[in-house]
Design a protein around this ligand. Structure first.
Ligand code: DC
Length: 217
């Protein structure tokens, strides 16, 4: 059996969900299994936040943030310092600005529209960027489970973190991402919910792959 995607029409998989739900790992594994390119759209917002912050600009300035988004170079996504918690916070702040989001739409849609298709993960892929995606999965887990996983990951890396702090940060990020006026985090009406609270990575991946295969079939 092969996982190659046979059709000429791009096959698009949209993976959305809150921070630390495991959607990045899941999306990357799905992309590899389906042999499709993968775009972690969080990197776009992370790069903008990081670039503004290191140059001393105000991330809450909607016009400035929009200009940074317009000028974003795909090479900026290759920076090595975009994955951490700090960059995630900066990203969440710039992501509230409509001008930032508008400036990133074409890049994401162009990525998705090339044959043979793509897997994209983010917050608004199924709702705004690719509303016609072939498969939409909303990956979630309780804030407590997400905070626990993140705390364990950071402790394993030797970082000095406290679960309660990470839980508070997780809730704060959820609130900002879900409460913003433009493209808030929410499942598309036709998204399939995948709650990973009681699933390990392999089990979550197996479920997601089964969802995709069912749609392709
Ligand atoms: O997926 P992530 O943790 O890398 O995302 C970081 C932040 O970027 C997230 O808190 C909100 C924002 N984001 C967004 O608003 N829309 C996306 N499609 C991806 C990320």
């Amino acid at each position: 059996m092969t996982n190659d995607v046979p059709s000429a029409r791009p096959f698009v998989v949209a993976i959305d969900g809150p921070a630390a739900a495991g959607k990045g790992t899941l999306a990357e594994r799905l992309a590899a299994a389906l042999r499709l390119p993968y775009l972690d759209t969080g990197l776009l917002y992370r790069a903008i936040g990081k670039l503004m912050d290191e140059r001393g600009f105000d991330l809450d300035d909607p016009v400035l943030a929009g200009q940074f988004a317009e000028a974003l170079d795909p090479e900026d996504l290759k920076r090595g310092d975009l994955r951490g918690r700090e960059a995630g916070e900066l990203a969440s702040r710039v992501a509230v600005h409509p001008a930032v989001r508008a400036a990133l739409v074409d890049f994401q849609r162009a990525f998705a529209s090339r044959a043979p298709g793509a897997v994209l993960d983010g917050r608004d892929i199924g709702t705004v960027i690719c509303p016609d995606a072939d498969v939409k999965i909303f990956v979630t887990a309780s804030p407590e489970v997400r905070a626990r996983r993140r705390t364990d990951e950071l402790l394993a890396k030797g970082r000095d973190v406290v679960y309660e702090t990470i839980l508070a940060e997780t809730r704060e990020r959820d609130e900002r991402d879900s409460g913003r006026a433009v493209a808030p985090l929410k499942p598309a009406a036709d998204a399939i919910l995948l709650d990973t609270s009681d699933l390990d990575r392999d089990a979550a991946f197996a479920r997601a792959l089964a969802i995709v295969e069912a749609r392709r079939g």
